[in-house]
Structure formats: structure tokens, C-alpha cells
Design a protein around this ligand. Structure first.
Ligand code: CP3
Length: 343
């Protein structure tokens, strides 16, 4: 286990070839994913069906031999386990019942009540830990509290996270209590994933970039630090990846401030900038623009090489800057992997 390439990079080792996986690697760009999803009925039924969720997790491993598999689930299963209604509108995205007041918050369940709903996810992890190739690392994950809260407050994805900012600015006590509940529940959720066999955990803070100044410290840095500290206390040596997407200058020092072993980088910064300002503090993951998986060609090859070159001096896990999109060409993924491994 200690020899898995991803775990070596997460311990701070610089490897001659960076290990590679891809956000949303199990997804709609793959015909075999679409077939299994159709068999499950819909997206949420797939998330809660351990055999089929494990199957879609394994598909990109079989097809491409990625160095890591990420549990197939969604960051919005946790709010559902806390009592929110959740459904997905095809072609649009998630919808949830909303939390906009202290009263709404009191109506949610506690961190100890989440496991009944989430137990199929833990079963998926158990199946995966028994069926993955020996060299493949299994990554568990959760949404970071701020990003999950933006969906719980608005009831859907929003371009500017306006409803969550409004609650935060008008009733900071209630908003902070929601963040605390999510932080506690996330620790319990991730702990069960690790007990079931996840070897690494990743926190997705997709909307971290809309937090500025003290808000970034209070709602992106502090929850990530608290979750990381508690997970490492419970599971000594457990590696943690943090993804404060579009944090910009907020990426600087994020390793030290949160205790995360690896910081994932999006496409709002260049790999050269990230090598100079972020990789100096520890392992980084990223950051080829996901549009290259659609457009392919020589630009894909050149940009892939550029990312590998930029991060050559330190620990690096190759990945995209955000999830692969449904219109991507599976052949381009193969070309990216071949380019990384042949350098
Ligand atoms: O990376 C992986 O493959 C692991 C599984 C995973 C999914 N979602 C599967 C999924 C992970 C780690 C996520 C994280 C997630 N989910 C985030 C954070 C990362 C990010 O992308 O910014 C967010 C914000 C969500 C919430 C969510 N789930 C949205 C907004 C949507 C709709 C948008 C879309 O792409 O359709 C989803 C659906 C979703 N989650 C899909 C997948 C494969 C597509 C659903 C389908 O098959 O129809």
C-alpha cells in the first residue's frame, strides 16, 4: 500500500512521472457510464446502488488504468442524509428544499443520524476496496461545508452563490451554525468512508472563490482545517486533498493553514504560478483545462506537457482543473494519459 504512486506523491515525494486521475472520470462522456446509469434509472438511484456505483467507479480504471479511483457519489447526498429533499432535473442540475432561517436549521437531523441514508455509499467503498487493482488508490470525498451550504440555502446551483452570501451577511450566527453542523457531519461521513476502505479523502470547495477576506478565512479555511485536523486525529497518516476552487491568492498558504497534504489547483491560475506560490508548500494536483478533453489535438499534447514541466520540481498529481464534461471525447483522455506517461 505504501508504494502506491498517489500515496507517495501525497507524502511529498517527487516522482519521475506524476500519477494521474481525473475529476468526474466516471461520467457521461463514457458510453459504458451512460449504459449503467440507464440501468440504474437515474443519477441518484445510481449513487445509492452499491453494485452499480462500484461498477461505474471501476469503468475508467479498466479503460485507462488511472492511478486513483474516486468513489462514485455526490456532494449533495450529505444534505439529503441531514433531511433536505433532493432531486436532479435532467439537463439542469440539482434541486433541494431550502434552509433560510434558524428555524429551518433546527428542522435538520444531527450528525449522528446520517448513516442510515448513507450506508449504501459505505457499501460502495467496501466493494471497491476489494475489487480495485492493487496499485490503484481509492479516494473518498465530501463537499466542503461552504459549497454544500450554497446549495442548501439556494435550493440549487447559482452563478454567484447570492442566497448563501445573503444569509451569511444578514444572520451570521445561523449561517455559522449551518457550517458547524456540516463540518461535524462531514467528519462522521468521511470517517465511515475511511473505515470502509477509502485511503485518501478529498474536500470539494467548488465555490470557495466567491468568499473574500475574513469570509474566506471563516468559511473556507477554518472548516477545512477543522475537518482535516479531526480526520488525522482519528486516522493518523490519512492524506487529505483540499480543493478551494478559484481561490486565487487564497491558494497561497492553504496547505499550512488547513493541514491538507495536497491542494488541488483549478484553471484560474497558471501551472507556473501555482508551482512558484503553492507547490513550494507541498503536493499539488492539477491543472489541465478540461476543454482540452473536448478539443484534443496538438494543443492538448502541448498543454499537458506544459503542466507536467511546470510542476516537475516538486510533488504533483496530474489532473484536470475541474471535472471532465459530457461532450469530451474518450480518445482525448487516452492521449492525455499517454502524453504524461511518455514524458
Ligand atoms: O469525480 C467523480 O467522478 C466522483 C463523483 C462526483 C460526482 N459529483 C458525480 C456526479 C463528485 C466528486 C462530485 C462532486 C460534486 N457534485 C461537486 C463538486 C465538484 C464540482 O464539480 O465542482 C458539485 C458542485 C456537485 C453537485 C452536482 N452534482 C451538480 C451541480 C451536478 C449537475 C451538473 C452536472 O454535471 O450535470 C451534479 C451531477 C453529477 N454528479 C453528475 C456526476 C457524474 C452528472 C449526473 C448524471 O449522470 O446525469
Amino acid at each position: 500500500m505504501a508504494d502506491k504512486t498517489i500515496l507517495r506523491a501525497l507524502r511529498g515525494e517527487r516522482l519521475p512521472t506524476p500519477p494521474i486521475w481525473m475529476m468526474r472520470q466516471a461520467g457521461r462522456y463514457l458510453p459504458e457510464y451512460r449504459a449503467t446509469r440507464a440501468k440504474a434509472g437515474d443519477f441518484l438511484s445510481l449513487c445509492y446502488n452499491p453494485e452499480l456505483a462500484a461498477e461505474v467507479t471501476l469503468q475508467p480504471i479498466r479503460r485507462y488504468g488511472f492511478d486513483a479511483a474516486i468513489l462514485f457519489a455526490d456532494i449533495l447526498l450529505l444534505p439529503q442524509a441531514l433531511g433536505a429533499d433532493l432531486w436532479f432535473v435532467t439537463g439542469e442540475g440539482p434541486r433541494l428544499s431550502t434552509i433560510t432561517s434558524a428555524e429551518g436549521l433546527r428542522g435538520l437531523k444531527t450528525r449522528d443520524d446520517i448513516h442510515e441514508v448513507l450506508s449504501p455509499v459505505y457499501e460502495t467503498v467496501r466493494i471497491l476496496s476489494e475489487s480495485l487493482p492493487e496499485e490503484t488508490t481509492l479516494i473518498g470525498f465530501a463537499g466542503a461545508p461552504w459549497t454544500v451550504a450554497t446549495y442548501m440555502v439556494a435550493g440549487r446551483g447559482t452563478p454567484d452563490q447570492g442566497p448563501a452570501h445573503k444569509l451569511k451577511d444578514e444572520d451570521r450566527a445561523t449561517f455559522s451554525a449551518l457550517i458547524d453542523l456540516l463540518s461535524d457531519a462531514t467528519i462522521e461521513y468521511l470517517s465511515k468512508q475511511v473505515e470502509a476502505g477509502a485511503e485518501v479523502v478529498k474536500l470539494f470547495d467548488s465555490w470557495a472563490g466567491s468568499l473574500k477576506g475574513q469570509d474566506f478565512e471563516d468559511f473556507a479555511v477554518k472548516p477545512a482545517a477543522r475537518i482535516t485536523k479531526e480526520m488525522k486525529a482519528r486516522f493518523p497518516g490519512l492524506p487529505v486533498i483540499a480543493f478551494p476552487r478559484e481561490a486565487g491568492d487564497g491558494y497561497i498558504g492553504f496547505h499550512q493553514k488547513t493541514g491538507a497534504d495536497c491542494v488541488a489547483i483549478d484553471n484560474s491560475v497558471t501551472p507556473e504560478w501555482a508551482a512558484e506560490h503553492v507547490q513550494v508548500s507541498g503536493c499539488v494536483q492539477g491543472n489541465l483545462a478540461s476543454r482540452h478533453m473536448v478539443t484534443g489535438g496538438q494543443a492538448l499534447v502541448e498543454e499537458t506537457r506544459r503542466v507536467v514541466e511546470a510542476f516537475r520540481k516538486g510533488p504533483h498529481i496530474f489532473n484536470l482543473g475541474h471535472g471532465i464534461t459530457p461532450d469530451a471525447d474518450p480518445e482525448n483522455v487516452a492521449l492525455m494519459i499517454e502524453t504524461v506517461r511518455n514524458m
